[in-house]
Write a new protein. Structure first.
Length: 260
């Protein structure tokens, strides 16, 4: 916890029915990502306190997005990713409990390769949920499964080491304040840096092209990286297919079809 703060300086999020560890893993993820701020990483909202049914954060004061803030977000995100993680799927430092994206559970089990982690812990579990809930049909699930087989087999693995990623980086989790952007509400873990960038592209973000250009330059992305964005969007699309219905399932199958 930080120093003494007034109520006006604190934003308190509560959920009386929160499962054990829900807010604690959010706090652990914010602190882990926040280690990068001192090393030119992305700015992350500061944790003021945490309990079983709440988390207290510094209060942010939103402002209009600016070009400099977008540039800095791209460079900062690349710097945060470079901090790395012990393995693909590694949880935030000091945390060994459950994990979520939004309010949907997912796992953070360290895995030697990205493709196997992504297929088995990020895509397939949500495809099964979407199928069980009637949001996705068996034919569509089969297309996604074929891509997961390729992922698990290592076809999309590269030499990139595990990155320290936000894991739920849509525009709603990027708050522009005066002169900068601040990251909130992560599903932090060791992953592939393109996954964060891909989610920004999936749902949009103010100044997206500036964020992208700054990130691509700072991360020294290889040629052809844009061709992999839909692959890295399979996780959020599967999450939304499970929770929000058939429209996202259709988009999931279309994205998977690029790689099936």
């Amino acid at each position: 916890m930080g120093g003494v703060s007034s109520a006006a300086d604190v934003h308190r999020k509560t959920w009386s029915a929160a499962p054990a560890g829900f807010f604690e893993v959010e706090a652990a993820g914010l602190r882990w990502l926040g280690e990068g701020t001192a090393a030119d990483g992305a700015r992350v909202v500061r944790v003021r306190g945490v309990g079983t049914d709440h988390i207290e954060l510094e209060r942010l004061h939103p402002a209009a997005p600016g070009a400099a803030a977008a540039d800095n977000l791209g460079r900062g995100l690349a710097a945060t990713h470079r901090l790395g993680a012990p393995a693909f799927g590694a949880p935030p430092a000091g945390w060994t409990g459950p994990a979520w994206i939004g309010r949907q559970p997912q796992t953070n089990d360290p895995t030697p390769t990205w493709g196997a982690f992504y297929a088995e812990q990020r895509v397939r579990p949500f495809v099964r949920r979407a199928l069980d809930r009637g949001h996705l049909d068996a034919a569509g699930a089969g297309i996604v499964d074929r891509v997961c087989d390729r992922l698990a087999g290592g076809e999309f693995d590269d030499d990139t080491p595990p990155a320290r990623i936000h894991g739920d980086l849509w525009a709603g989790n990027v708050v522009f304040v005066a002169g900068e952007a601040v990251l909130i509400d992560p599903a932090a873990h060791g992953g592939h840096g393109l996954t964060d960038l891909a989610m920004l592209h999936l749902f949009g973000c103010p100044g997206l092209e500036r964020v992208t250009a700054a990130y691509a330059d700072a991360a020294d992305l290889p040629a052809g990286w844009r061709d992999l964005l839909e692959l890295h969007q399979l996780h959020p699309l599967a999450v939304h297919a499970a929770s929000h219905g058939p429209a996202y399932a259709t988009q999931l199958v279309q994205a998977a079809g690029t790689y099936a």
